[in-house]
Ligand binder design. Structure first.
Ligand code: C2E
Ligand code: CA
Ligand code: CA
Length: 521
């Protein structure tokens, strides 16, 4: 991207500001929505993890406790029911959720904490138990005595005698787990699963887990016990999405509006230019003007440059217009005057007395009430009686005819000269030439360009030159790039020449060097 293009980004029109703000707002809305959604999702995941961990801890403690109780009861399995039932019954009564402990010997239940002596094969009570295992577990829809209430039955084998053991039956109470779950923002449902049977908080009774059953979000397990907790819930909720979108839209609106305001303020205050002046980003270059008869330097034109820290070298065409649009051309020209006042003394003795220094004046400044004052200050800041200052003003700027006439008279009285810049590119130039007293005509480089490219050189250029001569105006050709052009113009009687053929606009040190070398020749 060229410097000019980069800078154009700063030259934002209201439409551009709106489009850019909308874009910024849109992107911000999407980013904030996504971030917010991600954050909510993460929080939800975390709380499900917490729920699973909580349930796991609770279960581990509960079954650990139960195991130590049954371990203590195991010695009873070698005794007769009568001898032990008085010990067995209170054990069950004092354990939360324990409905009964049943002593087993050789596959038969022979002593229950609830009913005393019994004689029922365990395979009738709980057919799915595998008594060869140390611990086995199942869910039963109910018992003979309390049929409708599901229970969990657990088999604990006697560690010293594989034929004997204890069966504990537990009331299923999911309430404690629901307490955990209530910390969840949405009520998650929970299922207690053993094998393919499940009891859930959603419906009563025992359910069968099939491949079609909904998948849980989390599964809490226990080592040693074939029991699992399924935790159901939503990883995403419509509410969260809506919230995220809403937050995104709010941020987008606020961000877009803020961005627009910043751009607008920056543009309105021309902050870039003020900053540029404060930070000395503007500097001046000098382009020699030579006499066409001898090619010796008789003066120079001052041109401004802006070295922008981000955009690089910004061409004056771009920033002069920008400054005009921001109403900053006056401070900028004053800044230019201070730069000139600093450097011009260095040319005393380098250029002959009376050398002409061309300074471009923007129309906005010319017609402002401060103009005369600024010019007086400039005059006071320059070396006295040495240089001849020539203000360069384009044809377009003379439209305010009456004011221009009196201004030009005043400038002449103050000892300044006036040049018509870019002559030939304006509109009704000729009529002004008669009315205004101007000292120089700077023929626009557009005409000079054509010299040498056509066999018959521009008749317009011929006409312009002869017109200036008829009006007794001194002529200067701008944009002379070749020796052929210089020769052609000199032959036609153009008084002064300026262009890359002689020198590019250069820093003052180079200008002095350039002059020294030529003088030494
Ligand atoms: P301008 O007043 O017509 O200045 C002459 C321009 O022609 C300069 O461009 C100069 O570098 C360029 N030039 C000189 N010789 C040649 C050549 O042989 N070939 C070509 N192609 N170009 C040549 P620059 O410096 O880019 O300035 C552009 C315009 O910006 C100026 O046109 C002038 O209107 C404005 N400008 C520059 N400095 C100032 C300033 O300090 N104040 C104001 N108000 N306007 C300025
Ligand atoms: Ca000029
Ligand atoms: Ca010009």
């Amino acid at each position: 991207m060229s410097a000019a293009n980069i800078f154009k980004r700063y030259l934002t029109t209201p439409r551009k500001i709106i489009i850019m703000s909308l874009m910024v707002g849109f992107v911000l809305a999407i980013c904030v929505s996504a971030l917010n959604a991600f954050w909510l999702y993460h929080k939800r995941e975390q709380s499900f993890d917490g729920l699973a961990a909580g349930i796991q801890d609770y279960m581990r403690d509960y079954f650990h406790e139960l195991k130590s109780v049954t371990d203590a009861l195991q010695p009873l399995t070698v005794s007769d029911c009568k001898a032990v039932s008085s010990e067995l019954t209170p054990k069950a009564a004092f354990n939360i959720n324990v409905r009964s402990f049943v002593l087993i010997n050789d596959g038969k239940a022979y002593c229950s904490s609830a009913t005393g002596s019994v004689a029922v094969p365990l395979s009738v009570l709980v057919p799915e138990f595998d008594l060869r295992k140390k611990i086995d577990m199942t869910i039963l829809p109910g018992t003979l005595r309390v049929p409708g209430r599901p229970i969990i039955a657990i088999w604990y084998q006697n560690p010293h005698d594989q034929q004997r053991g204890i069966m504990a039956t537990l009331n299923v109470n999911l309430r404690p787990y629901l307490v955990f779950a209530s910390h969840q923002r949405e009520t998650a449902s929970i299922a207690l699963v053993v094998g393919d049977k499940a009891i859930t908080t959603l419906a009563s009774g025992v359910h069968k887990i099939t491949p079609q059953s909904p998948l849980p979000l989390r599964i809490a397990t226990l080592p040693d016990y074939p029991i699992k907790f399924y935790i159901y819930g939503e990883a995403w909720s419509a509410e969260d999405m809506l919230l995220s979108i809403l937050v995104g839209i709010l941020f987008g609106l606020a961000g877009g509006a803020l961005f627009g305001m910043i751009l607008y303020n920056r543009q309105r205050s021309g902050k870039e230019i003020w900053q540029g002046m404060r930070r000395n980003q503007f500097y001046i270059v000098w382009q020699p003007v030579v006499e066409s008869a001898t090619f010796t330097m008789t003066g120079a034109e001052v041109l401004m440059r802006w070295e922008h820290p981000e955009a690089g070298n910004i061409p004056p065409d771009a920033f002069i217009h920008y400054a005009e649009a921001q109403q900053l051309i006056i401070p900028l020209t004053r800044h230019l005057f201070t730069l000139i006042a600093k450097e011009l003394p260095l040319l005393v003795g380098v250029l002959p007395q009376g050398a002409r220094i061309g300074i471009n004046i923007a129309p906005g400044h010319l017609h402002s009430p401060e103009f005369k004052d600024d010019i007086r200050k400039l005059a006071a800041s320059l070396p006295t009686n040495y240089f001849q200052i020539v203000f360069e003003i384009t044809e377009r700027d003379m439209l305010n005819e009456n004011q221009a006439v009196s201004l030009f008279d005043w400038l002449h009285q103050q000892g300044f000269e006036i040049a018509v810049d870019d002559f030939g590119t304006g509109h009704s130039a000729l009529i002004y030439l008669e009315r205004f007293t101007m000292d120089y005509l700077k023929i626009d480089r557009g005409f000079i360009n054509a010299i040498g490219t056509e066999t018959v050189t521009s008749p317009v250029l011929d006409a312009v030159i002869s017109l200036a001569q008829r009006l007794n105006m001194t002529t200067l050709a701008e944009g002379v790039e070749t020796g052929e052009q210089a020769k052609w113009l000199a032959e036609r009687g153009v008084n002064y020449l300026q262009g890359f053929y002689f020198s590019y606009p250069v820093r003052i040190a180079q200008l002095i060097e350039w002059q020294r070398q030529r003088a030494g020749k």
